[in-house]
Each structure stands twice: as structure tokens, then as C-alpha cells.
Design a binder for this molecule. Structure first.
Ligand code: FAD
Length: 340
């Protein structure tokens, strides 16, 4: 097994735009590499990548491996998996991190399978620590703790791969905090030449149509979210009105989505978006662990609930015990008067 202790981050980009999650993982990668005494490397695949490698160095990459090729201009599973698994197979980095985006969820399992290594999806935390294999009475030092909710969120599991390298994990957008770019940082850029096989091009992209996402939960500084305590479409309008007045987005728990009050792209939580707004208002949301997993890192949380024992109050800084059908109109009225 390789002795090197580098952390690789796969960089997702589309037509020159680097995905936020890749920058978030570079920040986390630096922290892990520091704990390991290794380096953080970025792996960038695409075509005509302009100043993206320099941006990655500013965000902490000590080396950027760049595969620039016309066949990598648009994401396709097979060519991307070929290049990433070839590179990681030759170098066997200690850790390989991928964003848990639709692209990352497609790519990471292919690469893990090609390299015959494990993969933990949707980690909510990553740390370095030791692990004792009791059966063998052997302690493996400095493993990647891949931490994520398990069994429907009822427990938090820490998963380790003591035997194979790289230790691979995916992390959803918004879970880690991205760092500030520093133009003074220096790093190396290494161009690599992809070695494709004919079978990698089984799929050809003839044209592409992009659907613009209508909901921008992750970018919104304010989210007003409604849950199972919202009884009707009329009551849900209060959530929308408050969100509108505050210049924010509408969020929801799964109960509200399942009740048909709002579409699934508004869902916050384990199977929805992970958000970290400046202000999160949760109205009629109990605060089940699966919901909290997506919003408990918000800067300020205001919860409105009729039940003083509701678990949402454990993570809220401002607690309003009351009926949302009364509290929301009061908030809306106060805001309207303030902005008159
Ligand atoms: P409820 O459980 O119905 O709670 C309603 C709350 O509103 C209660 O606390 C009640 O006291 C309060 N209330 C009632 N009436 C009023 C009123 N008039 N005014 C004020 N308060 C009132 N859930 C998510 O949200 N996001 C996820 O991503 C997610 N993923 C999941 C993944 C898995 C694998 C599983 C098993 C579950 C997942 N869930 C998720 C579901 C989750 O377990 C809860 O069922 C869900 O979050 C409950 O939503 P809720 O709290 O809004 O509704």
C-alpha cells in the first residue's frame, strides 16, 4: 500500500463554472491533509479550462492535475471514470473526495468499483482518527472517519476503510464550509494525457438542453420553511408571503412535500437540500433528525410550533410556542409596517 498521504478532490465543472461543492471539499481537504502531513490535490477534467487551475490553487490546492481534452468537454460517465480511475489507480492517493451531486453520484461508484475500494456516500463529516481491528488486535492509524446518518437517520455511523486506498467518500453540497480564495497561494499545475479506449465513447452527446433550477435554496440567505403543521394551501401562502417579504426562498419538510403543499425541490433535510442560510424560519416543523440534518448549521433559527417540547426548539435560537396561523400573520403585518 502506498505510503503517501495526499488528499485528492475531484473538481466538478461545467462550461467553466466550478461547482461550489468542489471548493467546499478543497477547504475540508486542506484540513484533512494537514492532519495527515500530506498535500491536497485537485483533479480537474474538461476542455479549454482557462484559469480554473489557478482558481483551485487560490482555494488551497497544492497541485492541480489537469486532463484537458475535447472528449472531456461535456460530462460523460465512461470517459470521466476512465481518466479519474487511471489517475487514482496509478497514484493511489490516501483519500479521494467527490461532491455528492448528480454527476458525482454517477462518477464516484464507477471509480470505486474500478479501483476495488470502498465508497461512503453522503458523508456529513470527515475526520482523521485511529481504528483498532479487534479480531486482528491491530490498530490502523490516521484513517478517514466517514461520518453519516444511517438507518433512516436514527444513528450516526462512522465508517472506515482500513485496507484499501484511496479511502473514497462523497459529500453533499452545502455540508462543508468553503474557504476564502487567497491570490498569494502557490501551487503546481500538472497536465496529464488521458488514455481512452474506444469503448469509452459508446455514448455521444448530440445536443444538450439545460433546465434552469427554479429554486435556489442553497444560495438564499433567508429560508422560510413550512411543515406538517401547515394544514392547507391557504396557510402555506403565509409561508410564501413571509419568504417573499424577507427576500428569501420557501423551504419545506418532507411532510409538507408529501401533503402536496409544495414541490420536492423545496425539501430541506437528509433527502432534500442541505442549507446554511443566515436565517431559517421553521413553521410547523417538528424537527425530526432527517430535517435537522439539512438545516441545523443555519446561522439563526426561529421555530414556530404549538408543542413546547418539539425537537426543533433544541436547535432554534428564537422559540415561538404558538399556532402558525396566528404567528405568521403577525410577523407579516409587522414586516409590512416596517417597510412602509
Ligand atoms: P410532522 O411530524 O407532522 O410535525 C408537525 C409539527 O408541527 C409538530 O411538531 C406539531 O407540533 C407542529 N404543529 C402542528 N400544528 C401546528 C400549528 N398550527 N402551528 C404550529 N405548529 C404546529 N424529512 C424532512 O423534512 N426532510 C428530509 O430530507 C427527510 N428525509 C428522510 C429520509 C428518511 C430515510 C426518512 C426515514 C425520513 C425522512 N424525513 C425527512 C421525514 C422525517 O422523519 C419526518 O417525518 C418529517 O421531517 C416530519 O415533518 P414535519 O416535522 O414537518 O411534520
Amino acid at each position: 500500500m502506498s505510503e503517501q498521504r495526499n488528499v485528492w478532490v475531484f473538481i466538478e465543472q461545467d462550461e467553466g463554472l466550478i461547482a461550489e461543492v468542489s471548493l467546499e471539499l478543497l477547504a475540508k481537504g486542506q484540513e484533512l491533509a494537514q492532519a495527515l502531513g500530506g498535500q491536497v490535490w485537485a483533479v480537474l477534467l474538461g476542455h479549454e479550462l482557462a484559469d480554473q487551475p489557478a482558481t483551485l490553487i487560490q482555494h488551497g490546492a497544492q497541485r492541480v492535475l489537469v486532463a484537458d481534452h475535447p472528449e472531456l468537454a461535456l460530462y460523460r460517465t465512461l470517459p470521466y471514470a476512465r481518466v479519474l480511475s487511471d489517475l487514482a489507480g496509478q497514484d493511489r492517493p490516501y483519500i479521494l473526495l467527490v461532491g455528492a451531486t448528480p454527476l458525482g453520484r454517477d462518477l464516484a461508484p464507477r471509480v470505486a468499483s474500478a479501483l476495488k475500494v470502498g465508497l461512503t456516500a453522503d458523508c456529513t463529516d470527515l475526520q482523521i482518527g485511529d481504528y483498532t481491528i479487534r479480531k486482528e488486535n491491530r490498530t490502523v492509524k490516521d484513517l478517514l472517519y466517514q461520518i453519516r446518518p444511517a438507518f433512516g437517520g436514527n444513528l450516526i455511523a462512522t465508517i472506515v476503510n482500513p485496507n484499501t486506498r484511496p479511502q473514497m467518500a462523497t459529500v453533499r453540497p452545502g455540508v462543508m464550509r468553503r474557504g476564502e480564495p487567497d491570490p498569494m497561494r502557490s501551487g503546481e499545475i500538472e497536465m496529464v494525457t488521458p488514455q481512452f479506449r474506444q469503448s469509452d465513447f459508446a455514448l455521444q452527446v448530440l445536443s444538450r438542453e439545460m433546465r434552469q433550477p427554479g429554486v435556489h435554496l442553497q444560495d438564499s440567505p433567508v429560508i422560510v420553511a413550512g411543515g406538517g403543521g401547515v394544514k392547507s394551501t391557504e396557510e402555506f401562502r403565509l409561508i410564501e408571503e413571509l419568504a417573499h417579504l424577507l427576500g428569501g426562498e420557501v423551504g419545506a419538510s418532507r411532510a409538507a412535500v408529501d401533503a402536496g403543499l409544495v414541490s420536492r425541490e423545496h425539501q430541506v433535510g437528509q433527502t432534500g437540500a442541505t442549507v446554511r442560510p443566515r436565517l431559517y424560519i421553521a413553521a410547523g416543523i417538528s424537527g425530526a433528525i432527517q430535517h435537522r440534518a439539512g438545516m441545523d448549521q443555519s446561522n439563526k433559527i426561529i421555530a414556530i410550533n404549538t408543542d413546547p417540547e418539539a425537537p426543533i426548539f433544541q436547535v432554534a435560537q428564537y422559540k415561538i410556542v404558538g399556532d402558525l396561523a396566528e404567528v405568521l400573520p403577525m410577523l407579516i403585518k409587522a414586516l409590512r409596517e416596517k417597510t412602509k
